[in-house]
Design a protein around this ligand. Structure first.
Ligand SMILES: NC(=O)c1ccc[n+]([C@@H]2O[C@H](COP(=O)([O-])OP(=O)(O)OC[C@H]3O[C@@H](n4cnc5c(N)ncnc54)[C@H](OP(=O)(O)O)[C@@H]3O)[C@@H](O)[C@H]2O)c1
Length: 219
């Protein structure tokens, strides 16, 4: 069975990847920056699941996680899923003109950049030796529809500015990895999961129930 590494697996879609992959009998390495707080992960009792501490913005913890993974899998993995991402409730839906001041704008753009762009680069680099030794050599990266300039233009949607800018850059990162690794037989794919309600927070009147893709374990 292929071995998967899921980066940012503590909750939401990452946790759902864990549930579905272990149900299919795969070996799953779930990376979480705070495993003790990841109660959805720690509640899973399955010999194929290995939870390892790693922050995707911290290459020291990522390299240590890759070493630990190699001991579990025998030195290879087959699929890396770059799932973890930053978004912050306060500024999430801002358009580029709505920041209260320049410091807030810079802070939000830097935080999105650091986690959503640099994070997957550091994660991919840390696990590349294990992927190279694997059979399928696949890197899956979670992007979003609002990283697509054509879709944003057509929809006229100016919100979620820093997030969509960072994810647009992430798609270029995915393309650059794809081109750099193509002669080694890698497949690098950036996907949008659609709109999925992964929030644990109670819905407010401003947040009507979503009509598509709601995760079963969060519903
Ligand atoms: N849900 C949607 O509708 C939607 C739509 C389009 C794209 N996406 C993309 O799909 C992916 C998953 O979305 P989601 O809704 O499941 O997100 P989420 O519920 O906000 O979960 C984010 C995950 O990323 C982890 N994370 C954040 N920063 C991290 C760091 N520095 N190191 C390690 N882990 C970190 C979080 O861990 P902690 O628990 O430690 O915070 C959490 O596990 C993201 O890449 C998102 O951009 C989602």
């Amino acid at each position: 069975m292929p071995a998967y590494v899921i980066a940012g697996a503590s909750r939401g879609l990452g946790l759902e990847f864990v549930h579905q992959l272990i149900a299919q009998g795969h070996t799953v390495i779930a990376l979480a920056r705070n495993p003790y707080a990841a109660t959805g992960l720690t509640a899973i009792d399955n010999k194929n699941l290995h939870v390892i501490k790693a922050d995707i913005t911290d290459s020291v913890t990522l390299k240590a996680a890759a070493e630990e993974t190699a001991k579990i899998t025998g030195g290879s993995i087959d699929v890396l899923i770059n799932n973890g991402a930053f978004w912050e409730r306060r500024h999430m839906f801002h358009n580029i003109l709505e920041y209260e001041d320049e410091a807030s704008l810079l802070s939000d753009f830097n935080a999105n950049w650091h986690t959503n762009v640099i994070g997957p680069i550091l994660t991919t680099n840390a696990f590349l030796p294990l992927l190279r030794a694997g059979r399928t050599k696949k890197i899956l990266t979670l992007s979003t529809g609002i990283a697509d300039p054509e879709l944003v233009r057509a929809s006229g949607y100016a919100g979620q500015c820093a997030y969509s800018v960072s994810k647009c850059a992430l798609e270029m990162v995915n393309l650059k990895f794809s081109l750099a690794l193509k002669d080694e037989g890698f497949t690098c794919l950036a996907i949008s999961p659609g709109v999925v309600n992964t929030s644990d927070a109670p819905r407010t009147p401003a947040q009507p129930p979503l009509q598509c893709g709601t995760l079963t374990h969060n519903a």
